[in-house]
Every structure is written in C-alpha cells, then in structure tokens.
Design a protein. Structure first.
Length: 487
C-alpha cells in the first residue's frame, strides 16, 4: 500500500502568487455578478491585486523559502523574476484600461483574469525547483496567452495569431516534456538541485545519449519561448495579430519567464555540462541577434518590426547566457527589467495610437506625430532610445554590462558581433524617430486622447527606463544580490 504524504504548505513562499490567483478569481466573479457597473472596476481591482502581490514580494526580500517539497524555490533569483512579472502586469493593466476604448471586447473579467493567471504562471516559472513545476507553470502561462492572443474574436488576424501560437506552442511543449522524460530516465530525478549533484557525482553519465538528447529537446522547447533562431518564426505573425496590449505583455513577461526557467534549469540542473551546451548557444546567440536585426530593417508594420527587434534582444541576452558567469547572469536580470520597461512602453504608445476599432500600426502612420501628439512622441523616443542602446536609457547600461562581461570572459568575437548588431538596429529605431519629427503626415489619423491610466503607464515606464539608465547601481546591485541567492 502506497503512503501519500501531502507536502507542508509554506504560505510565505507563495504569497505573491496566491494573491495573483485570488485576484484573478475575484475579477471573474465581480464580472459575473456585478453587472455592467462592475465592469468599470475590473481593471482597478486587478491593479490592486498586482500591487498587493508586489508588496508581499518586497516583504520577503532576502529570504530563502521553499514550498511543495522543494518543487518551488522562493529565493533571490525568483524574487527578481517575480518583480519583473509584477511590473509587467501592472503596466499592462494600466495600458489595457485605456485600450478598452479602442477594443471594447477586452473590457471583460475574462481578459483581466487570463492576464493575471498568465502572470501567476510566469512567476512560478522563475521560482521552479523541479522540472515538473517548470512544465506546469509554463502551461499555465501559455494557455492564458493563447486565449489572450485571440481575444479579438471578430478579427481574423487575431484568430490567426492565436491558432499559430497554440499549434507551434503545443509542439514546443511536447519537445520540452520529452526532454524532461529522457533526463529523468538517465538520472532518476526531476529535482534541479538533485540533478546537479547527480551529474557532479556521476561524471560517467554526462555524455549519456539520453542526457544529451534531453538537453537538445529542452533547447528546442525553451528556444521557442525565448524566440531563439531558428524557433522564432511564430513571433512576427503572433505579435502583429494579437491585441497590442497583449503583444506588449507577451514580448516582456513571456520572455522574462522563459529566460528565468532556462537559467535555473541549465545553471542549477546541468551546470557540469556547461561546456557542451555553450557552443550551441554561442551560435544561437549570433544568429538570433543577426537575423532579428536584419529582417527588422525591411518591415513596414511597426508591430512586426518590434517583433523582430524582440528576437534580436533575445540574442543579446543569450550572449550573457553563453558567458555564464555570475556577473553575466546578473546582466540577464538587469537587461530583462530594462527591456520590459522599454517594450511595454513602446507597445503602450502603439495601443494609444487608435480610435474605436481602429489601430494605426503602419510606419507611415507615425509620420509627424512628434508634433501632433507631443507626449506620445516623447515617450516613444525614450523607449526607442533604450532599445537601441543609446544613453542615458536602460538599454545602454544593459548592453554595457553584458558585452563588457563577455569581453572579460574571453568571448570577444561574440561581443563584437553584439556591438555590430546594436549599430544595425539604430537604422530602424532612429528611422521611426525621423518619421515622427522630420516627416510630414502622409495621411490623416484621428486618435482618442490618452486616458489618465495610459499617461500613468507611459510615465512609469519612462521613469523606469531613465532611472535604470542614469542611476543603474541600485538595480544592478539588486540583480547581483539575487543571482547569489539562487538555491
């Protein structure tokens, strides 16, 4: 007879995630029972829940906790990832409250509920201490995002993006799960800490075909989620078709969660095999940032351009992943937060460029808006400067930390290719700014004046970008402290 033991529940370790889940369910119930009047409070209620989760998270800073028999690790690394996720969710909800006027269908409990559950899954991915927890958190996040991508039910592009993301995401999840199974067959455990100890004490298993096959399959699965070449082809179509606020949420939250899981799985569970997967990732980093930047140049739709830009940024982060030192991993966390502020802000500006059931996403639509809509033009300029790596924005410091550490660690050519790609990206980033300030409008566009929530979202994102660019020491030290506290 089997003995079933229920793991002790450590509420302190999972309090931020619990608050996100409770808020999601509360929003759904309010939507059902409060009627039309209650729908106006859904966004505000969601904001309160995310703020509560953020406060609960900050109260646990510096602590080491675990839950579910070690399947979830609430350590410093998980703290920083959950911080990014909460910031992304908060800004996305603020932007969505303004976007309701452009797409009234998102003014529903289901939208905010799915967004909160996606954030719940993202946070668990960053805290996972077991491969099963990684997969469960990944699917919680992915299923919510699949639905959010197709939330515009009367828009064929939105439905197409959701279907493509679902089909390709299902295949990627299958590869990932098969990889986990092979690793379990070779080691007898799915616990990341025990995996690291197993490979350290059994060096003869390092090149076992099952282990190498498992790592290859996991690389495919994670590569899809972070949009690494050649698993990036879904990105432009999905980003273009999804509602713009969802695109911003996907481009930042999903990437942060996927990179968090990638770092924790490979550097905790497969650290003894670092020499084997470094070469693969070196090539992946080079091709990812090069393809992303080169294809972005030819785009005429700004959402597709930023989609290829996000692929390039994944390549920059992979440079730090290849280096693998403690400072490089700190650089990953710093870069993810700075990228989140800039990308959320850029997509928020695009979502503000619209009227009822009409979005302006072609590059020609941005001609002259720097003078016609000065606030939106200024915000977009700040965010594009950050993504291009121009001081004093956060993107410059993020790239500086990553490339300097790559040079110190001997990856000089990879750093050189990274700098070259950053220069290439200036062409299309500055091209948007030139259109905003030095081109006459090519057609008349009418937009609804941004609501207070949108102004707040853009202002907070711009503050984050500039603060991390001009005074990076606090966030950098926090990132270093978080990496040291990984279980």
């Amino acid at each position: 007879m089997l003995d079933f033991v229920v793991p002790a529940l450590n509420l302190k370790a999972i309090l931020p995630q619990v608050l996100l889940a409770i808020t999601a369910l509360t929003v759904l119930l309010v939507d059902v029972f409060a009627g039309k009047e209650g729908k106006t409070s859904l966004g505000a209620l969601s904001l309160v829940g995310v703020a509560a989760a953020l406060i609960a998270l900050l109260l646990t800073r510096g602590s080491f906790e675990s839950a579910y028999a070690g399947m979830l690790m609430a350590d410093g690394f998980g703290f920083f990832i959950t911080l990014i996720v909460c910031c992304v969710a908060f800004l996305s909800i603020l932007a969505a409250m303004n976007y309701e006027r452009v797409s009234p269908e998102i003014k529903s409990g289901e939208f905010y509920c799915l967004l909160l559950f996606a954030a719940f899954g993202m946070s668990f991915m960053g805290n996972a201490g077991n491969l099963i927890m990684v997969f469960v958190a990944l699917e919680t996040m992915s299923i919510s995002i699949y639905v959010l991508a197709g939330f515009k039910r009367d828009n064929l592009k939105s439905i197409e993006s959701a279907l493509k993301y679902f089909l390709l995401g299902a295949f990627a999840s299958g590869f990932l799960l098969f990889g986990f199974a092979l690793v379990y067959g070779a080691s007898g455990t799915l616990d990341l800490v025990k995996l690291g100890k197993f490979f350290t004490t059994h060096p003869e298993t390092l090149h076992n075909p099952m282990v190498m096959g498992g790592i290859a399959l996991m690389t495919v699965g994670f590569g899809f989620k972070v949009a690494m070449f050649p698993f990036h082809m879904w990105t432009p179509d999905v980003y273009e078709g999804a509602p713009t606020v969802v695109t911003g949420f996907m481009a930042t939250g999903v990437k942060a969660a996927a990179f968090a899981a990638l770092v924790r799985v490979f550097f905790v569970g497969f650290a003894p095999l670092q020499a084997d997967w470094t070469t693969i990732m070196w090539v992946g980093a080079l091709l990812t940032m090069s393809i992303g930047n080169l294809v972005a140049i030819s785009q005429t739709n700004i959402k597709r351009m930023l989609a290829y830009s996000s692929i390039a940024h994944a390549g920059y982060i992979l440079v730090a992943f290849v280096v693998g030192s403690e400072l490089a991993r700190s650089g990953i966390l710093f870069y993810l937060l700075g990228y989140a502020f800039a990308n959320i802000g850029a997509f928020a500006v695009i979502s503000a460029m619209g009227s009822r059931d009409q979005e302006y996403t072609e590059l020609v639509d941005f001609s002259g808006i720097g003078f016609k809509f000065p606030f939106l033009g200024l915000m977009m300029t700040i965010f594009l400067f950050s993504m291009a790596g121009i001081p004093p924005a956060a993107g410059f410091m993020g790239k500086f930390f990553i490339f300097s550490e790559a040079i110190k660690s001997g990856y000089i050519w990879l750093a050189i290719f990274g700098v070259i790609n950053s220069v290439i990206s200036l062409y299309y980033y500055l091209g948007i700014i030139v259109r905003m300030y030095f081109r006459e409008p090519e057609r008349e566009i009418e937009i609804i004046a941004p609501a207070g929530t949108m102004i707040a979202a853009l202002s907070l994102a711009a503050f984050g970008v500039l603060q991390m660019g001009m005074f990076p020491s606090y966030i950098w030290n926090l990132a270093r402290e978080s990496v040291k506290m990984i279980m």
